[in-house]
Design a binder for this molecule. Structure first.
Ligand code: GLA
Length: 741
């Protein structure tokens, strides 16, 4: 009984054994939120849960009621989920239940990314239709519950069946009114090269939230929030996660109100949005995903990981092991020749690298970041045989070939700008901001998307390319489109991102064999909207292994390791100046899609030997590193250590990373996750390319799953301490076939 409707009580119950979501048509016709959380018996009704303190289903003070999709202006003074403005200028509306449909499967959203099912058994959908009779506005609320996961996908469609156009001033994807405020709020926030820092705060009265107004989801905030009970941690306790499948201006907020209840909202940022809805037209919001966990944040993250890995990412790369790559960016920056690239690629081949990626600087006359974006033809000064010639040579060396592009951008100093200065976003008569010496193309215009689709397709089709890195190195300023009427200018940001999705859709459909990796100066547009097209992303320009521990831990709250581009770079690190051992850099980058971003021709023979063994080790365990179930383990002292685990059917891999050496500490125990308590496991250590310390192997051997989970892996930190700062181990844990009698 995934979605039931009780005619008598007017309750809808979305149920799948791990989650109940109950809503009710109130006597006024509005739709009320009754319950969202751990599963309740599906065939009962829950009248007491919809009562307010005063005993009524709807308190005279509507701010005390819990609504599914609240309107503004009739007594609920909290933030509304939507605001239409009708032809008479009024914004007052109180749509009521009109009808509903329940069916197996899940619909797609035209022009927007969404989760999908492969067969209709995987999910059921409720479409709840509300109606404002006076102006003929229909609102359809979509709820899809997945059969095997405590997750619900939601979005809303507005249909104008009135006689006049109307304007949507706000249209949230999800609203959730919760009966209490005993939560802590977690978001991932940051900046360029410091993405995905975990921020936690108590939920008190007032607003908590994150948003973007930059045209991309941004380095600063991510379209994602968690509410967790104060005592909940990675391995236990209740939590709700909310994620928006959108790459443009978003908002994700929680309002703690005066009655100690809370209202969560996710959607397009209404500060930079409105949408004119002509008579007969409809508007779809992006999709939001709600996940519930009764068992802590690791479980919550794993549900997001399964959804985003298996039912958001598409195409052959969804399940395929990702190649180990060499990207030339930090190795050469703009300063390379074909000869240099081939020399790098030939060492890469020796090391076991599978894909060579040529980053920025191959087109126009781009020797630095001041020119050529938009001129997507090879610079024959650097590449005499063009992209096709270089790609052929790389393939002859036994590697695949990948290429960097930044299709949404235009340099003032470019042929494209000479021909089409009006294609760059800007407000006529006003100065335009140049960021990183570049402007942004107006992707809300069809002819520009068409042009870029054609020119990039020509580049890709001209050479044997297996991989594309799609960058976006600046955000939008002076938002305005020459193609939009004055009363539609505030549609610009949403139309921009629809144009980007359209371009992605065309290129990924035309070149289904290509692995797309997204990037926006690192993690400036690392969100589920983009993951629908590019199953992996360059998560941060910061390649420092110590910083990466924090960044990848933060990203793991919602995004699976198969989506993290994770590179080993040279030391001293180019972003932090820090020096760490190559083995430490590698063992951090193993969790994710391993790459190298350095000049391999400068490596010593010893380093080459080591790296070759690392890559060989990674390939043997790659399926677990990329697709295994991921756990943030409770490190004994989080200020000093980080610990991760990835588990597949074959094995569990545990990374234990020390940040800072401190003498004279007692052994610590690291409790592992998700083993069978009655089974026996063999533990071995990754050799780290011949690294030896006398007492390193003390922890290897046979252990019970119960011991490893309940007591923990006992780590003698004495030898670990003596290795200095930034030292780690990878433990390989395999179930012994032959178990104890
Ligand atoms: C961005 C990316 C880098 C690199 C440069 C090239 O900063 O994040 O990885 O591709 O652009 O200009």
């Amino acid at each position: 009984m995934p979605i039931g409707f009780d005619q008598e009580t007017k309750e809808f119950h979305l149920y799948n054994g791990s989650l109940s979501y109950i809503i009710k048509i109130l006597y006024t016709g509005s739709v009320g939120q009754v319950y969202c959380g751990a599963p309740l018996a599906p065939h009962r009704s829950y009248p007491f849960l919809s009562l307010t303190a005063s005993g009524g289903v709807l308190h005279p003070d509507k701010s005390m009621a819990r609504f599914e999709y609240p309107a503004f202006g009739t007594g609920d003074y909290r933030t509304p989920a939507f605001v239409p403005q009708f032809a008479d200028g009024s914004t007052l509306t109180e749509p009521v239940y009109h009808s509903h449909r329940i069916y197996a499967g899940k619909p797609a959203i035209p022009g927007l990314p969404s989760l999908y099912t492969e067969c209709t058994d995987e999910a059921d959908t409720l479409e709840l239709k509300l109606f404002d009779e006076l102006f003929g506005l229909f609102i359809i609320l979509y709820y899809t519950i997945f059969a095997d996961l405590p997750a619900i996908a939601r979005h809303s469609r507005f249909v104008n069946e009135g006689k006049e156009p109307l304007v949507l001033r706000k249209a949230m994807s999800l609203n959730l009114d919760l009966p209490d405020n005993n939560w802590r709020v977690i978001s991932v926030s940051g900046a360029w090269a410091r993405e995905f820092q975990i921020i936690e705060s108590p939920l008190v009265a007032g607003f908590h939230g994150v948003k973007s107004a930059k045209g991309n989801s941004g380095h600063q905030q991510n379209p994602f929030l968690i509410l967790k009970r104060p005592a909940a941690d990675d391995s236990s306790g209740q939590a709700l996660g909310f994620s928006l499948l959108y790459s443009g201006n978003f908002t994700a907020s929680v309002e703690g109100d005066c009655y100690s209840s809370s209202r969560v909202q996710l959607g397009v940022n209404d500060e930079t949005f409105s949408w004119k809805l002509e008579k007969g037209a409809f508007f779809d919001t992006p999709e939001a995903v709600l996940v519930y966990s009764e068992n802590g944040l690791n479980h919550l993250s794993q549900v997001f990981h399964s959804l985003y890995q298996r039912r958001l990412a598409r195409g052959i790369w969804r399940d395929a092991e990702r190649p180990v790559l060499l990207n030339n960016w930090e190795g050469t920056y703009f300063n390379f020749t074909e000869q240099k690239l081939l020399a790098m690629a030939s060492v890469a081949k020796e090391l076991g690298i599978e894909l060579f990626v040529l980053d920025d600087g191959w087109f126009g006359q781009r020797d630095n970041d001041t020119s050529s974006l938009g001129d997507w033809y090879a610079d024959t000064r650097k590449l005499p045989s063009g992209i096709a010639g270089l790609a052929e040579k790389i393939i002859t060396l036994g590697l695949q070939f990948g290429l960097w592009i930044e299709p949404e951008m235009i340099s003032k100093n470019s042929r494209l700008f000479e021909q089409h200065p009006d294609w760059a976003i800007g407000v006529p008569g006003r100065p335009r901001n140049e960021q990183r010496n570049q402007y942004v193309l107006d992707m809300s215009r069809q002819e520009i998307v068409d042009y870029i689709a054609k020119i990039i397709s020509d580049v890709i089709a001209s050479a044997p390319i297996s991989y594309i890195k799609w960058d976006m190195n600046r955000s939008i300023t002076e938002a305005f489109s020459l193609a939009l009427a004055p009363d539609r200018q505030s549609e610009f940001f949403h139309r921009y991102i629809l144009g980007v999705y359209d371009l992605y859709e065309r290129l990924t459909t035309a070149f289904p064999h290509i692995l797309f990796e997204s990037c926006a100066g690192g993690g400036g547009r690392f969100d589920p909207g983009i993951l629908a097209f590019a199953p992996q992303g360059w998560i941060s320009d910061n390649t420092d292994a110590v910083e990466r521990l924090r960044i990848q831990s933060g990203a793991s709250l919602v995004y699976p390791q198969s989506s993290w581009g994770s590179h080993v770079s040279a030391v001293p690190n180019h972003q932090t100046g820090r020096t760490t051992a190559i083995s430490f850099r590698a063992m951090v980058a193993f969790f994710g899609d391993l790459g190298f971003e350095l000049d391999p021709t400068t490596l010593s023979p010893e380093e080459k030997k080591q790296i070759a063994t690392y890559i060989e080790f990674y390939k043997r365990h790659r399926k677990t590193f990329q697709y295994g179930r991921f756990f943030r383990l409770a490190a004994p002292d989080p200020a000093l250590y980080t610990a991760w685990q990835a588990s597949s059917e074959e094995e569990s891999l545990v990374g234990f990373y020390k940040l800072q050496a401190q003498p004279n500490r007692a052994p610590v125990r690291l409790r592992l996750a998700s083993l069978e308590p009655d089974a026996l496991y063999t533990i071995s250590l990754w050799e780290q390319g011949g690294f030896e310390a006398n007492d390193r192997t003390y922890n290897c051997g046979l252990r019970g799953g119960d011991e490893l989970m309940y007591a923990g892996l006992s780590l003698d930190t004495t030898y670990v301490t003596k290795q200095g700062d930034f030292f780690g181990e990878i433990f390989i844990i395999k179930k012994r076939e032959e178990q104890e009698p």
